[in-house]
Design a protein around this ligand. Sequence first.
Ligand code: FAD
Length: 407
Amino acid sequence: MNAVPETRSRCLIVGGGPAGMMTGFLLARAGVDVVVLEKHVDFNRDFRGDTIHPSTLELLHELGLLEEFLQLPHEEVREIRGIFNGHPVPIADFSRLPTHCKVIAFMPQWDFLDFLSRHAMKFPSFTLHMQHEVIDLLFENDQVEGVRAKTPEGERRFLADLVIGADGRHAITHTKAGFQLREFGVPIDVLWMRISKRENDPPQSLGFFRHGQLLVLLDRGDYFQVGFVIPKDSLEGLKQSGLTALHQGIVALGPFLKDRIAELDDWNKIKLLTVQINRLRKWCREGLLCIGDSAHAMSPAGGVGINLALQDAVATANLLAAKLRKGPVSLADLELVQKRREWPTRLIQAMQAFIHRNVVTGHESKSGDSLPIFLRLFEWFPALRSLPARFIGIGPRPEHIHSPAAE
Ligand SMILES: Cc1cc2nc3c(=O)[nH]c(=O)nc-3n(C[C@H](O)[C@H](O)[C@H](O)COP(=O)(O)OP(=O)(O)OC[C@H]3O[C@@H](n4cnc5c(N)ncnc54)[C@H](O)[C@@H]3O)c2cc1C
């Protein structure tokens, strides 16, 4: 017998990442009774990207929250440059985007999620439970009717008319639902670590690329969150070569880090993040819809996964909020979300695969210090920089807020 009673809601969201928090916020704003379960104790985790795209800033404008959001500490980047084989190349110029904010805002993702949750909690129909880890789906016949979660008070059942799986790349929801996943091979993984920041360090950029290798530095105030791309499954070999070899690899891409690279004096300070690109064949079944990385895991290439997850959230609310306010939704309703969001996902994943093949392989290539021709085009024809700006900053098929606000 359960010590803790069951709860029932119209919609239950598994995962408080960008997809889950935005969906929860929008459904609660529409007056839908919604519960979000997040397994961690807070949003303070290192592994997330820190990019808030012009399209997301536009959504905040549509929601009347932009001014307040921009009061939070952040850095605004109007043009993104990559350092390719030592040459700074302007890749994306956001200044001509048809959005109110023509910048990418760099902000620790936990600040963004805190902001969304603070505003969501103003709606009486919103509930967020931290430290609630979903461990199974509950079925009634063939329909998903809720989840089982580990909570600080013990195991608990949450019933709902609709469960939304927004639980990221290693989703329990899509696994337990038996969804088929199509994997697209990725040749890289990422080592993730911290290195202190000093005055006069170079400004935020897309990263330092050299001969197929990539170093990404996210500015987190007094330190850099550092991503160093390595060939897939090569960590054990790297460990055998020793920390000095890793130091040399990092400093070869970012020479200004030489004076502090020794801070990485233990492999415990270095985390491996496995990179995947995959997509569910079906994103839904009766009672369950998967969105964000749970439906389509994204590589960090291009820094577009967060944007895509948020766009899924907006589409989900646009298509389902009004119906959910009245009652349960049908499988056909859920299929509309996949239908709307699948082709933008395919397009972006194809772009990421292109970057893996042509720019970042993780392997030190034998090519010289010259720039690939397609990168030279950005130097020669500045107008071309609007294309990546649109792709990164807005993405294909941008969503706008059409879900209702409860009176
Ligand atoms: C190394 C790396 C760097 C990246 N950098 C960037 C970047 O700079 N910019 C960018 O746009 N994209 C980046 N991405 C991609 C981006 O992180 C994802 O596409 C994006 O976070 C997807 O959002 P989401 O809400 O779908 O999933 P997630 O952000 O993964 O959120 C899922 C949430 O669900 C919770 N959860 C998981 N399982 C359970 C459970 N069983 N019960 C309860 N809660 C659960 C998790 O704790 C998490 O909070 C990067 C990816 C990688 C691998």
